[in-house]
Design a protein around this ligand. Structure first.
Ligand code: AMP
Ligand code: ZN
Length: 153
């Protein structure tokens, strides 16, 4: 095993609040979230940057980020949107050299909170937050592929 922090999380050898996992990917809460529910999606196989990433795996990473954004909206976190961001390379402020897609939940009118979160990066109640997201995934899955069954407010 290499000394990559995210490879260790993917292998279950380092702690993380995981919200989703399959053979190729896993998703877990960011340890220093900008907003509540800030999640990272990573490929299990190490790739430091996009240069090293199989494009098919990249597509899977985005698909999972997409699903998580929808799941978080349906969760008890009651969010209205999300920023999906991938910092590729040191020049783009990538600090962990294992490809990761940020899913940062947003609410209408949260500009001040977002700016504050950006500075403070404080985690609160990660166990309940991860549980809420996992429930959101279950809710999303019960809707069916085309979002059938979704009730508009
Ligand atoms: P980036 O600047 O895109 O490389 O972001 C790396 C992200 O990884 C930051 O938001 C960190 O808070 C987050 N991070 C670093 N180490 C861990 C860890 N062990 N568990 C969860 N998130 C982490
Ligand atoms: Zn790695």
């Amino acid at each position: 095993m290499n000394d990559c922090a995210f490879c260790r999380i993917a292998a279950g050898e380092a702690p993380a609040d995981k919200v989703y996992e399959d053979d190729a990917l896993c998703a877990f809460l960011d340890i220093r979230p900008i907003t509540r529910g800030h999640t990272l999606v990573i490929p299990k196989q190490h790739a430091a940057e996009l240069e090293d990433l199989d494009p098919e795996v990249g597509a899977q990473v985005f698909r999972t980020g997409h699903r998580l954004a929808l799941a978080i909206r349906r969760s008890s976190l009651r969010t209205d949107g999300a920023n999906l961001v991938l910092n590729d390379g040191k020049a783009a402020f990538q600090t962990v050299p294992h490809v990761h897609l940020h899913v940062v939940p947003r609410r209408h009118g949260d500009t001040f909170r977002f700016a504050q979160g950006f500075l403070l990066r404080r985690s609160r109640d990660p166990i309940a937050t991860a549980s809420a997201i996992r429930h959101g995934i279950v809710t999303l899955d019960t809707e069916g592929p085309a979002g059938e069954g979704r009730t508009e407010e």
